[in-house]
Design a protein around this ligand. Structure first.
Ligand SMILES: CC(=O)SCCNC(=O)CCNC(=O)[C@H](O)C(C)(C)COP(=O)(O)OP(=O)(O)OC[C@H]1O[C@@H](n2cnc3c(N)ncnc32)[C@H](O)[C@@H]1OP(=O)(O)O
Ligand SMILES: N[C@@H](CCO)C(=O)O
Length: 352
């Protein structure tokens, strides 16, 4: 039912910056079967450190017993450029030197990630996506892809994301890169270069993914006499080390820069004009106490994307709630998709 595949793009991929990437490989997974009408595609875009296995990291929303069910849908998720889960990334071999790229990897943008989704869709012969969904950096890609307008996207679901990355978000990312850059091994260009820095970067990032309340709920001490060795300290260390076991500092560096670059208004008349280019039935979901992508950003998206619906969920976790609150997302998205289907039937009846 699930397939792990790689598409080797036969041409040179031209990045938004004008730089060129040879030997682009896109690692992706599919779940389920494309139906005869080719109209059951659900395309998920992953966030910063996830991978193409959407049934693993978004379980509860994607799975045999879930809303996006591979027995009914053809689910596709591609690992993004720069990430270390199979797609071309800074540790891949640079065909010019025969050595891994490391810091010679070209910088890329969210728009490049969207263009690569388009390449894969073309390769798979997919002209229509029933539902395109992404949260956080995944939502940024989904939005850019919808604006690109080359594939017909029936439903677009944007969760905890924005139209342009905020100064606040960029400042968080820059602080994480500063942490990586203090680790001199990062500049030695070796597979585990910068890991100490990456640990600190994840610790900083976590503060933006969680909330004051979440730390109180999970890390409060049960005794009052401690002066050191706090649970919250151990949690930060643990989370930093956990990421270092499955990621690398170079991918993190480049992906965080791509996130900073996100601005749908770039090279277009304005952000508002760019949002007007979205043709899909759109649902925007915000998390009420998300400090990284505050709810005003999703309200803005819903205000400027034609006929978009807006919904919010409560989650003590904050931003990472988009990965955790799958029951709430299932309710909201399920309802939206039902309404969207009814609207389509009424439209078709009208035409007939
Ligand atoms: C190959 C792959 O694994 S890639 C796919 C996995 N990653 C992704 O998809 C990226 C997106 N996912 C995420 O960002 C996260 O997994 C989330 C947001 C969904 C959940 O985060 P989690 O870290 O699981 O939850 P939370 O913040 O509550 O932390 C729980 C962990 O911290 C540990 N922990 C909690 N308190 C402490 C403490 N005081 N000291 C040390 N460790 C602690 C728990 O034991 C638990 O450990 P575990 O992850 O080994 O089970
Ligand atoms: N926790 C998410 C990032 C939040 O956008 C991840 O590690 O991918």
């Amino acid at each position: 039912m699930s397939n792990s595949l790689t598409y080797k793009y036969p041409k040179i991929f031209k990045l938004e910056s004008g730089k060129k990437l040879r030997h682009l490989e896109i690692a992706y997974q599919t779940f389920g079967t494309l139906n005869v009408n080719k109209d059951n595609v659900i395309w998920a875009c992953h966030a910063l450190t996830a991978n193409a296995d959407v049934l693993d990291w978004w379980k509860g929303l994607f799975g045999t017993k879930d809303l996006f069910n591979p027995e009914e849908h053809f689910i596709i998720c591609a690992n993004i450029l720069g990430s270390n889960y199979g797609t071309t990334n800074p540790l891949s071999i640079n065909p010019t030197t025969g050595q891994p790229y490391y810091l010679a990897f070209p910088e890329f943008s969210i728009r490049d990630l969207a263009a690569i989704h388009q390449l894969l869709a073309d390769h798979l012969g997919i002209k229509q996506v029933k539902t395109l969904i992404g949260g956080s950096l995944g939502g940024q890609q989904a939005l850019e892809w919808s604006i690109l307008g080359k594939t017909e996207i029936e439903n677009l679901i944007l969760v905890a994301t924005n139209a342009a990355h905020s100064p606040w978000g960029i400042a968080f990312n820059e602080s994480q890169r500063l942490a990586i850059a203090t680790d001199r091994t990062f500049f030695a260009n070796q597979p585990n270069g910068g890991l100490k820095g990456l640990k600190t970067a994840r610790s900083i990032a976590l503060l933006s993914y969680r909330t004051y309340e979440a730390y109180n709920e999970t890390q409060l001490e049960s005794v009052n006499d401690k002066v050191t060795d706090f649970r919250a300290s151990s949690y930060q260390n643990y989370q930093g080390e956990k990421l270092c076991k499955r990621f690398n500092a170079y991918s993190y560096w480049y992906l965080s820069k791509a996130m900073d670059s996100h601005n749908v208004g770039r090279g277009r008349k304005s952000i508002v004009d760019a949002l007007k280019l979205v043709k899909a039935n759109t649902l925007v979901v915000g998390i009420e106490n998300d400090i990284l992508f505050p709810i005003t950003e999703q309200q803005f998206l819903a205000q400027h994307i034609a006929d978009a619906q807006f919904s919010s969920i409560k989650c003590a976790y904050g931003h990472d709630g988009f990965l955790i609150e799958t029951d709430k997302l299932t309710n909201i998205i399920g309802h939206f998709l039902k309404e969207s289907k009814n609207k389509k039937i009424i439209k078709l009846q009208h035409i007939a």
